[in-house]
Unconditional design. Structure first.
Length: 371
């Protein structure tokens, strides 16, 4: 390209750019804005509201915990001997009735020792009879009657009534009292060889069987009362004042479509330091109950007078709610009396208040709303 052509081309390019800028500026001045002053609209939220009315509400305390047998004991041997066969051989899970013989320990040696001691007492009384006849004729007949009723293989009869004075000192010198109370101790010991059921129930475990040799303090098994249970439920310390012994409690199991009625039998005086709760013990019985079963219940507390029950999720800033007044949101303070996992019982809400009951997290006071 020659020098002349290069100059002409540059002038034409510059002219085109200047003409384009002028046209763009002219068109921009002619265009009118579509946004008119004052036409910007405020965002209006749609809210759901309801009215609440005051009423008297009996407070329900929700309970949950484990069921346990009211009576559960470990059977221990107090004597030495061999387990003898009985009419029924018990195993883990076996049922029994109150008074049934659970374990029979061989007591032959103990019985023979007892017979020997009774024989010594019989001999001692027989030897003093001549002296009683001549020196204490007034007491001789009652001791003669005692000897007539005495049987070595039967329970030793109670000694005759002994008068204070010479008779008492004379019998003491002959060791009659010593022999008698030694025998009564052996008779009481003999009852330890037969272990009877203190209540009706079942074996939860068993450690020995016929032929086993047992020693004192040896475990024989564990039994529980399968007809009486106790439900243990922790209750918050601030609600324990609503609970009294004798109150009726309805208990249910999440796994069964049944319910049972129990009564508060005891209230612990000790506070669980980790949960700040107090254990309440509820007696309950009935079919279908099992030791260790998880259960739930409702206990009726005091009646709250003239309160409003609201859902927890409508609370803002701990103790406020939103109400609608003249199509705008207003934060209203309330007094919370009691609370549960899902509900609150409060004061401060009037029947005419239009309370916002949904999606309160993104709202703010003064916001324009539509019901």
């Amino acid at each position: 390209m020659t020098k002349r052509q290069w100059i002409v081309s540059s002038i034409l390019t510059l002219a085109i750019i200047l003409i384009g800028a002028a046209v763009f500026q002219m068109l921009g001045k002619k265009k009118e804005s579509t946004i008119k002053p004052g036409s910007k609209s405020e965002l209006i939220r749609q809210v759901e509201v309801t009215n609440f009315t005051e009423k008297d509400i009996p407070l329900e305390i929700n309970l949950d915990g484990r069921l346990q047998a009211y009576e559960k004991i470990n059977l221990m041997s107090e004597v030495t001997g061999k387990i003898l066969p009985s009419e029924k051989t018990y195993k883990t899970g076996s049922f029994f009735n109150k008074g049934d013989l659970l374990f029979n320990i061989d007591s032959k040696e103990q019985e023979y020792n007892l017979f020997a001691q009774r024989s010594r007492l019989l001999t001692a009384i027989t030897q003093i009879m001549p002296d009683l006849k001549f020196d204490y004729p007034d007491v001789y007949p009652k001791w003669q009657a005692y000897l007539n009723d005495f049987d070595i293989e039967k329970t030793t009869p109670k000694l005759p009534v002994i008068s204070e004075g010479a008779e008492k000192y004379y019998l003491s010198g002959k060791e009659i009292f010593n022999l008698y109370y030694t025998i009564k101790g052996l008779e009481d010991r003999l009852t330890d060889f037969k272990i009877h059921a203190p209540f009706s129930g079942q074996f939860t475990s068993i450690s020995v069987f016929p032929g086993s040799l047992v020693n004192p303090s040896m475990s024989l098994g564990q039994i529980m009362n399968s007809y009486a249970y106790e439900f243990v439920a922790p209750i918050a310390y601030d609600k324990i004042s609503y609970v009294n012994t004798g109150q009726t409690v309805t208990l249910t199991s999440p796994d069964l479509s049944e319910s049972w009625n129990g009564k508060v039998s005891r209230i612990s005086k000790q506070i669980d330091q980790s949960t700040q709760s107090i254990n309440v013990f509820i007696r309950v019985s009935g079919k279908g109950l099992r030791d260790g079963m998880f259960m739930e219940g409702q206990l009726m507390g005091k009646t709250l007078k003239s309160v409003v029950e609201i859902p927890r999720e409508i609370i803002v800033d701990q103790n406020y709610i939103f109400v609608v007044a003249e199509n705008r949101l207003v934060k209203k303070p309330i007094e919370i009396l009691e609370r549960s996992d899902k509900k609150l019982w409060v004061k401060g809400i009037n029947a005419e208040d239009k309370v916002v009951i949904a999606s309160v997290n993104n709202l703010y006071e003064g916001q324009k709303v539509r019901i």
